[in-house]
Design a protein around this ligand. Structure first.
Ligand code: BJW
Ligand code: ZN
Length: 246
């Protein structure tokens, strides 16, 4: 633990004490210690029935085979059902009470930040726990409809529903990126946790924060394209590092 504490520089400790506006951007790595597979972490986690996730999680696949897309998300929801938030989610949820202005922006669709107690999470890529109508856009919790036999019908207009997630080639939910970007432009401290930082526009958020003068801290066991832009890189697992910040 002593060696771990040294990982956090005196400068970061001071900034962590003084900051009022803090933005946290998370990716799949923040949920890795809960047992959620990452997309690009190797080990075949991003492949399903021989299809890479870039293919099955795409706007083209939705057009071509909506039931297959449902099957893929049902499979993943099944894996998530038993999983719990880990110390990284819990540490971030605790920061809400510490900072006057904490903005949590996630690319994750798993709902684990909310399960840890985080409120007003900006979900850039939607949620696996919601469905929405392809025609009228009406939203619905997947817990309230039967999703086991392909695309369920919309309760309002009977058109097929789809998972309420953002697939490759789709626009982000209206206003989500804009809200996150505005907070990034006015934060003093920006944590980027467990993301390979290759998917845009999410990866632009720390770039916006840095350009506006924020101190950018990356938490990741691997280097990413963001590492050289960051003021500090904390190399390791989020669930071990974040609790050290207190
Ligand atoms: C740990 C750890 C531990 C492990 N602790 N860390 C500009 C240039 C080029 C292309 C584009 C561009 N702008 C837009 C695009 C196209 C595309 C894109 O970015 N492509 C790039 C990949 C090249 N973007 C889009 O299509 C977006 N839409 C859009 O831009 O709309 C406008 C538009 C529309 C039409 C035409 C043109 C423009 C939408 C992107 C939606 C992404 N959706 C997915 C799937 C969601 C549904 C699903 O779950 O299936 O979202 S893709 C996938 O990647 C998922 C993730 O949210 C996202 C990011 O991945 P993430 O979270 O970073 O995970 P990994 O696995 O990559 O990394 C995990 C990290 O954790 C690693 O670094 C590990 O080391 C680390 N780690 N253990 C801490 N314990
Ligand atoms: Zn509808």
């Amino acid at each position: 633990m002593q060696a771990g504490r040294k990982l956090i520089s005196a400068e970061l400790r001071q900034r962590f004490c003084d900051a009022r506006n803090v933005l946290v951007l998370t990716g799949a790595g923040v949920s890795a210690e809960s047992g959620v597979p990452t997309f690009r972490g190797g080990g075949g986690a991003g492949v399903w029935k021989g299809l890479p996730f870039e293919v099955i999680s795409s706007a083209e696949m939705l057009e071509r085979d909506l039931p297959a897309v449902w099957e893929w998300f049902n499979y993943r929801r099944g894996l998530l059902e038993a999983l719990k938030p880990n110390p990284a989610h819990e540490a971030i949820a605790g920061w809400q009470d510490r900072f006057g202005g904490l903005t949590l922006v996630t690319q994750n669709i798993d709902g684990l930040h909310q399960a840890a107690g985080s409120r007003e999470v900006i979900e850039l890529h939607g949620s696996i726990w919601r469905a929405r109508c392809v025609r009228c856009g009406q939203g619905q919790s997947v817990r309230e409809i039967s999703v086991d036999d392909g695309a369920p019908p919309c309760l309002a207009c009977a058109s097929p529903m789809r998972p309420d997630v953002v697939l490759f080639g789709e626009m982000l939910p209206a206003g989500a990126f804009e809200r996150a970007a505005a907070k990034a432009a006015s934060c003093e401290l920006c944590f980027v946790i467990g993301t390979s930082a290759v998917v845009y526009p999410a990866a632009a958020i720390p770039e916006i924060a840095r350009a506006a003068g924020a101190y950018v801290v990356e938490v990741n066991p691997e280097r990413t394209p963001l590492s050289d832009l960051s003021d500090e890189v904390l190399t390791g697992n989020a669930g071990e590092i974040l609790p050290l910040l207190g």
